[in-house]
Design a binder for this molecule. Structure first.
Ligand SMILES: [Zn+2]
Length: 442
């Protein structure tokens, strides 16, 4: 098994290295990203590595902070940097609707627009088109446990997105206007947004869909993947003035092992003529779709088995601290997760002894930090009692301070996972962390 692939790359404005290995077909010799595995976690699929982008390196495993609308809600980019964030992920669907991808392009791309000078990612918008924007998740009837149906809609609600073989037509969640995403449109939008890592446009199914539908959907997503690659090469060629953007294919297949493995194999094998005419494949891979927590490790493992070791793997959207351990052990390198900031705005904060709500009465006269072992700005300067007060008084600073703490907590957790992989002490760290975190949670 060869783990060391591209061992060096040229950085934007950087010096020419001697060991540059250019991914086949990539036409921007001054700025191509590359991925290198630097150590492995014995007995698992886990690894630590480095992903190089035109805007800097991401040391993996890495937590990618979610800034859906080109902002991590309530927090300055400088504070995210101070909290140790290596990269930020925004969403193509939201930025396409508001302010418009052309405006972000004119600003010089996502990073320049939002004053984030590090690596950036954008999600393709596939998931949002089919969930948020159209209210798909919200219009799905909620009392459908155990059902496997392709069209379960809550009473009195209307489906606002229609998938066909060419793309998805949907209504904006902002003003109800009609829009259409195809693989080509998603690629053009993501090139305008200019993130370092972008994702192929896929159909995100739900766990309630029948297997027949999953099969059809997967075939469609695989055809879309090829169209994304073709358009990506065309955009790369026509926008040679911009730094190279890495395109990740997205592996779907729901909870079915055969579908997941097949999807991963096909995406890994997929190549189209690149800018220089040589075969050009995906630069990395995303693992998408609805995942039940108890299947998370298995699904990530099946997919990692089939994907090439020398390419990075991003797990799209996980939630809880234990999910990071599970997915790292099964081969995921980067993760995004909206939870740290979302729950922070609802006064839920992480601590080494579990998550708790700072508005509980016990916090009212507690002048200690949110977490005694946290090294974040909030914990260095503010007390639980102050946060309790801010939330009770509905002050805006409550969201800012709680988000800084939660983001730092998760960033540090994943940083620690990486450090313990490299130092050979992962198992001890995992047992200690999870033992404490979940002991108090019951
Ligand atoms: Zn803190």
């Amino acid at each position: 098994m060869t783990l060391r692939a591209s061992t060096s790359t040229l950085r934007e404005g950087g010096a020419l290295g001697s060991a540059v290995m250019r991914p086949a077909g990539i036409g921007h010799p001054a700025s191509e990203p590359a991925f290198e595995v630097v150590s492995e976690l014995p007995g698992t699929r886990g690894r630590a590595g480095v992903l190089r982008t035109p805007h800097g390196e991401v040391h993996t495993p890495a937590f990618v902070a979610v800034g859906t609308k080109a902002t991590v809600k309530a927090v300055l980019p400088e504070s995210m940097r101070d909290a140790g964030a290596q990269a930020v992920l925004a969403n193509a669907y939201h930025l396409y609707l508001q302010p418009g991808a052309d405006i972000v392009d004119e600003a010089g791309g996502l990073g320049a627009f939002m004053n984030w000078n590090g690596p950036t990612f954008t999600d393709s918008g596939g998931f949002q088109v089919l969930s948020l924007g159209v209210g798909f998740k919200k219009v799905l009837a909620m009392d459908t446990a155990g059902l496997a149906r392709d069209d379960v809609i809550a009473e009195g609600k209307q489906r606002l997105a229609v998938v066909d073989d060419d793309g998805v037509t949907f209504k904006s969640h902002l003003d109800g206007t009609r829009h259409r995403f195809t693989p080509e449109i998603s690629m053009r939008i993501q090139h305008q947004l200019g993130a370092d890592v972008i994702f192929a446009f896929d159909e995100c199914t739900t766990l309630m869909n029948t297997r027949d539908y999953q099969v059809q959907s997967l075939e469609r997503t695989q055809r879309w993947a090829q169209r994304c690659l073709v358009e990506h090469v065309a955009q790369t060629r026509s926008r040679a003035h911009r730094p190279y953007q890495a395109l990740f294919g997205v592996v779907q297949g729901a909870q079915y092992e055969d579908l997941r493995r097949q999807a991963a194999r096909e995406l890994a094998a997929l190549h189209v003529p690149g800018v220089d005419g040589e075969p050009h494949g995906f630069d990395g891979f995303g693992i998408g779709g609805a995942l039940e927590k108890e299947n998370l490790g298995r699904i990530v493992g099946w997919v990692s088995d089939e994907l090439p070791d020398e390419k990075p793997r991003h797990l799209l959207g996980i939630a809880e601290p234990d999910d990071f351990f599970t997915s790292v052990e099964n081969g995921a390198d980067t993760f995004d997760c909206v939870s740290p900031s979302r729950v922070a705005r609802n006064a839920a904060v992480y601590s080494r002894d579990g998550r708790y709500n700072v508005t509980v009465t016990a916090s009212r006269r507690d002048f200690g930090p949110l977490d005694a072992e946290c090294d974040c700005y909030t914990c260095a300067n503010y007390s639980r009692a102050y946060l309790h007060h801010l939330f009770k008084a509905k002050e805006m600073l409550s969201s800012t301070l709680a988000t800084i703490h939660n983001e730092r907590f998760i960033i540090r957790l994943v940083d620690d996972i990486r450090a313990h992989i490299e130092q050979g002490s992962y198992a001890e760290f995992k047992a200690d962390f999870l033992g404490r975190y979940y002991a108090s949670a019951g």
